[in-house]
Design a protein around this ligand. Structure first.
Ligand SMILES: N[C@@H](CCC(=O)N[C@@H](CS)C(=O)NCC(=O)O)C(=O)O
Length: 183
């Protein structure tokens, strides 16, 4: 703490990120998903990267806040949730895609660091995950955010649907900048 009582960050130190213990050494990947969910995108990415993955399809009533299966793995209880070969856990689809590209850089999933489309790829990957995906988080079961109010839930669903359609159009308008990579 400084004299004003504010918490000061420690001076920056280099992290020990030498990567001597690869996450992918030995063992299997285990992907928790649900039918019709976004976990399908990560499963497809495993296929493109040609990396074996065990998939576990949860019932929808075991996904989200009340999930018993995911309670110790993901504080949001969301799918996709990925258990790594070293027993680490990864959540967030975009992070999983970038991880797969790290360990299978030649599979064409993500443009290489110096590829001219790399920056557009990163932009839209994060845009989809941070702006579009949440419209489903709030719109899929809207009344849970509104103390069970069905009428307010219907209005929230309408507005999140509208928002996701609008954002989808902006992605499509930019589709030339996110065309296929290395194929
Ligand atoms: N930020 C997460 C979002 C994942 C997400 O919203 N998954 C949905 C299924 S497609 C889910 O688990 N919804 C249940 C909930 O949010 O309670 C990601 O990008 O992977």
């Amino acid at each position: 703490m400084d004299r004003r009582g504010e918490i000061r960050a420690d001076p920056p130190r280099g992290g020990d990120f030498k990567g001597n213990e690869a996450v992918s050494a030995g063992g299997n990947y285990r992907l928790y998903g649900a039918k019709g969910s976004g976990s399908m995108i990560v499963e497809a990415a495993f296929g493109i990267a040609r990396i074996a993955v065990e998939t576990i399809d949860l019932d929808w009533d075991d996904v989200g806040w009340q999930s018993r299966t995911l309670a110790d793995l993901n504080p949001l209880g969301q799918v996709p949730t990925l258990v790594l070969p070293n027993d680490g856990v990864m959540t967030e689809s975009a992070a999983m895609i970038l991880h797969l590209a790290d360990i299978a850089p030649d599979c064409g999933l993500v443009p290489a660091p110096t590829h001219p489309q790399r920056t557009a790829f990163l932009r839209w990957l994060v845009f989809l995950a941070s702006a579009v995906y949440p419209t489903f988080t709030y719109g899929d079961d809207p009344k849970r955010w509104l103390a069970g109010d069905e009428v307010a839930g219907k209005l929230l669903r309408e507005s999140t649907d509208l928002r996701s359609k609008g954002l989808g159009s902006s992605v499509r308008r930019s589709r030339r900048s996110i065309s296929t990579f290395g194929r």
